[in-house]
Write a protein that binds this ligand. Structure first.
Ligand SMILES: [Fe+2]
Ligand SMILES: [Fe+2]
Length: 274
């Protein structure tokens, strides 16, 4: 038997027992055992990103999790995770909606866009509503307005990008002239005594004076009525609006070499070790 044959992963599943510390911490959830859909029968370790681990008990076990990769037939997750649907080679926005975004966020975005359309708003606002929380849906929740705005910047009108960025701050502040009040949901989410930090206050004040203020404000107005679990909205309803308002790159999102391509790739392969 040659060395190169020996170095290959074995074709059987090793009966390796996880250390008790990892089992007790529930970290077996982060280790994918070889299943029928695995191409090479190796165990794959998923190490959650620092942003997900910091401040949680997961952080204490990171060393143990990393050590697991030293076992035979065990590697860190890179490339397609068989637990996720495979993305096409040249993904478009719709692919992220259907294959990567979770059902709650997908429904929220589609319902928000539908309410905007039913309210007779223009395509820029409908597009902004459709995309306003894509960071929460597929990447990161903290600072989601800013992440989301960057993700779409190369592909949409600057007004749409701006509106998505600012909606995060505007959500915290009522504007009675257009019937927008502080969201009931935020009282539940953050408690009745929550007060937004100064940078959010400054963002809100500057946005109020901006010529595109109402575009962003309209996102917040159409945001609050769109969490109904019984309303099903098909992405195809917005295929035409997306076609006219989102410059889909020929190479596919994630592969066009744009300054934000890595963000889309992170959603394609969210479990990559590096
Ligand atoms: Fe939002
Ligand atoms: Fe939202």
């Amino acid at each position: 038997m040659s060395e190169s044959t020996e170095a290959r992963p074995s074709s059987r599943v090793l009966p390796h027992e996880l250390p008790a510390s990892l089992r007790e911490a529930g970290l077996d959830n982060w280790i994918r055992e070889p299943l029928d859909d695995a191409v090479d029968r190796r165990r794959r370790i998923i190490v959650p990103p620092a942003a997900a681990m910091a401040g949680t008990s997961l952080n204490a076990y990171k060393g143990d999790l990393l050590a697991e990769a030293r076992h035979p037939d065990t590697v860190f997750m890179m490339g397609d995770n068989p637990a996720l649907p495979t993305m096409p080679e040249r993904p478009v926005v719709k692919d992220f909606f259907l294959l990567r975004f979770g059902p709650i966020a997908r429904r929220h975005l589609l319902q928000s866009a539908r309410v905007a359309r039913e309210n007779g708003l223009g395509e820029k606002v409908i597009t902004a509503c459709l995309l306003h929380d894509i960071a929460i849906a597929g990447l990161l929740s903290a600072n989601h307005g800013y992440w989301g705005a960057q993700m779409v910047a190369p592909y949409v009108d600057e007004e749409v990008r701006w509106a998505i960025e600012k909606h995060e701050a505007l959500r915290y502040f009522p504007d009675e002239s257009v019937g927008y009040t502080y969201p009931e949901a935020y009282i539940d989410y953050f408690g009745p005594d929550y007060s937004p930090p100064d940078y959010i206050r400054r963002e809100h004040e500057a946005a109020r004076r901006h010529r595109w203020y109402m575009t962003s404000r309209l996102i917040t107005i159409n945001d609050i009525y769109s969490f109904d679990p019984d309303v099903v909205v098909d992405f195809d309803e917005f295929e035409d609006v997306v076609g006219r308002n989102f410059r889909q790159p020929d190479e596919g999102l994630g592969f066009d070499g744009s300054p934000v391509a890595h963000m889309w790739r992170t959603m394609i392969w969210p479990n990559n070790f590096l």
